[in-house]
Design a protein around this ligand. Structure first.
Ligand SMILES: *Cc1c(COP(=O)(O)O)cnc(C)c1O
Length: 378
């Protein structure tokens, strides 16, 4: 079975973890700092705060911005629920913006329409691995004095007009879940050029305590103060040792992901019932996902039938995503409903994510593309 996503670990990744297991620190030690420095260098940002998941990093970002009950934060509907959940954690209201049907990136007019006097921030999502048009989004945010957070969990290694994802928004988020570009098992990071945001996120990561246990150990000082209500969102040295080792392989994983995407693009260029998403000008795409649109209904079939036929050929697929505003929690607690984001709702019926990962061989990509074309044309 070819899965839709898969991590890749080498012997040197395993070695790195074994060394961390033999060191003095299992949790916050030198590997956390080294991983943060390596990530900050990679994305070209001053500060990186590594935490236990991408979701935790999003929550840290909302805390850093001081999002509170009564505030509204605009998020795209076409994303993983965590993008919106971090707003709800603060007792604030996520407001769902619609997306562009060809890229599934947030639609600027829709964002603009949703801005009210309560709006405090916009969270963008670099859907599938291409960056949003940040020139437009930044000027919109600036005009309304809103903070801009980029959920770049799909876009490690992507660029917008040459600027790397991770250095573009006020705070930028990545995940190291095994389905993402590189993994730490579970893990995430928030990057920022704002030292105050970085400090607040470090405090929130460790119970709302204003100095790290490690700093206290160095000074021999037992004194600490909990200045705010935080969490234990720490990532371990064991995980960061893996992250440092994985980050070295990122360029080769990215290259393969881009080769896979161009192999699919080429294969589907003559199959008019299969429409890959469009890539914006001025971006380097990181291809976390490879998503196609198929008008199943028009072809007299269903997505379920196509998914089953692919599975019978040993091909795993997935759907990214059920529009977040259609989940029962949001309908019940935030009064969302069908019709709020018509483009996301319609495109949701048509999307399918095909296998893509850093070690997927190109002959298998060809096999997947041919299989899909045959199934759809039947
Ligand atoms: C993976 C992902 C997250 C959450 O990351 P975790 O590390 O699984 O918590 C958030 N947003 C998007 C868009 C993601 O793809």
């Amino acid at each position: 079975m070819i899965p839709y996503a898969k991590h890749h670990l080498d012997e040197d990744d395993i070695q790195a973890v074994c060394e961390a297991l033999k060191s003095d620190f299992l949790t916050t030690g030198s590997a956390v700092h080294s991983f943060e420095t390596a990530l900050a260098d990679f994305v070209g940002c001053a500060h990186a705060v590594a935490v236990s998941s991408g979701t935790a990093a999003l929550h840290c970002a909302m805390y850093a911005l001081g999002i509170a009950p009564g505030d509204e934060v605009i998020v795209p509907s076409m994303t993983f629920a965590a993008t919106a959940n971090c707003v709800a954690y603060m007792g604030a209201t996520p407001v769902f913006a619609d997306v562009d049907p060809h890229t599934l990136l947030m639609n600027h007019e829709s964002v603009s329409d949703k801005i009210t006097t309560h709006t405090k921030a916009i969270i963008t999502v670099d859907y599938a691995g291409q960056t949003c048009d940040y020139e437009k989004l930044k000027s919109l945010a600036k005009r309304h004095s809103l903070a801009l957070v980029a959920d770049s969990c799909h876009a490690l290694g992507a660029t917008d007009r040459g600027q790397k994802a991770g250095s573009i928004a006020d705070i930028n988020i990545f995940s190291f879940h095994p389905a993402k570009h590189i993994t730490t098992g579970e893990g995430g990071v928030a990057t920022t050029n704002n030292p105050n945001f970085a400090k607040r996120m470090r405090t929130f990561r460790t119970h709302g305590i204003d100095v790290s246990a490690e700093e206290r150990q160095q000074t021999g000082d037992w004194f600490y103060q909990m200045v705010d209500l935080g969490n234990n969102y720490r990532i371990t040295d064991i995980q960061c040792a893996l992250g440092i080792s994985q980050l070295k392989k990122l360029p080769q994983f990215l290259e393969r992901r881009r080769d896979i995407a161009s192999t699919y693009d080429e294969a589907f260029s003559n199959a008019n019932s299969i429409t890959p998403l469009l890539t914006r000008k001025d971006v380097a795409h990181a291809y976390h996902l490879y998503v196609v649109r198929i008008d199943f209904e028009n072809l007299g079939t269903t997505r379920k039938a196509v998914v089953t036929a692919l599975r019978d050929k040993g091909i795993g697929t997935n759907v990214h995503y059920i529009p977040v505003h259609l989940h029962p929690y949001y309908k019940r607690e935030h009064g969302t409903h069908e019709g709020m984001c018509p483009v996301a709702e319609k495109v949701y019926e048509e999307i399918l994510s095909l296998p893509i990962f850093g070690t997927l061989p190109l002959d298998q990509v060809q096999y997947i593309a041919n299989s899909l074309i045959n199934i759809v044309q039947k």
